[in-house]
Design a protein around this ligand. Sequence first.
Ligand SMILES: [Zn+2]
Length: 305
Amino acid sequence: MTGQIGTNGVTNPWKRYDLRNRYVLKGKIVMQTAFHIGGGKGTLSNSDSPVVLTPEGLPFIPGSSFKGSLRSTIEKLVPNLPETAGLRTCGLLDKSKEEFKRLKAQGMDREVCPTIPVRQADITQLRRENPGEEDAIQDMVFGQLCNTCLLFGSPYAAARISISDLYITDTEWGSIIQRRDGVAIDRDSEKAKDRLKYDFEVVPASTTFDMEIMLENVTPQDLQLISIGMSEFVHGFGVIGGKRSRGLGVCLLEGLKVQGLELVGDDITPQERNQRLRDYLLERKFSREQDGEEFLDEHINKIFG
Ligand SMILES: [Zn+2]
């Protein structure tokens, strides 16, 4: 089974570490409304729901939180794209055991992304029943992952995207964390519970953060997915943090710039590759620099091409 092409059209070319490309996307996230990313316990705040802060007491956006927002933004759009683009997403939505059983009986279980919990259980069983076949099973599973799992990661594949924590641009930030009142709602009656008022903290609107995303060994499909996600943030449809139904967390991505180090391609000779890698290692010189708009145009057009 080794080397077999999966339903996602890829083999698993990166068994041995091989640097094929690297992209760095930089820009500023400007909050259009206040936002709330919970900091949990262990902060000095006496609020019922404090926001996450750096040890210096400044608000920040954890990279994992931004990654989650970006992933769900992309997952919502993928099912609407033309089928010819060949982009699939499982949206991390589980299926019932009955439905999976029915699909399996029809030989369609391989269409279910391996990340989906009911399929994971099935793969675990397959491994148990076929000791010594781990490599072949891993190849098969990798070949069936959906495009968002390949980019953002899954228990069967490392993510090709990494996002640093987003720190505040203006370190002289003079604003203060605001406190808002909420009312706990009884889910059954949908009425406010007596005496169940609570408060939560928000970081005020117009606070600005530096964003940096790194992509490594991405495919053209990965770049298309990233581009539709970035485009949503550029046009003000990106949302981060919690309590979104209250209109919190709306943000805008400004000043997007993309740097790329491309080491593999039809027009890249071994000499050219070595030159590019050398320039990168010695001077951090990328083989490509693009404005956000140009980058988004290039990759989004390919989806509809
Ligand atoms: Zn998936």
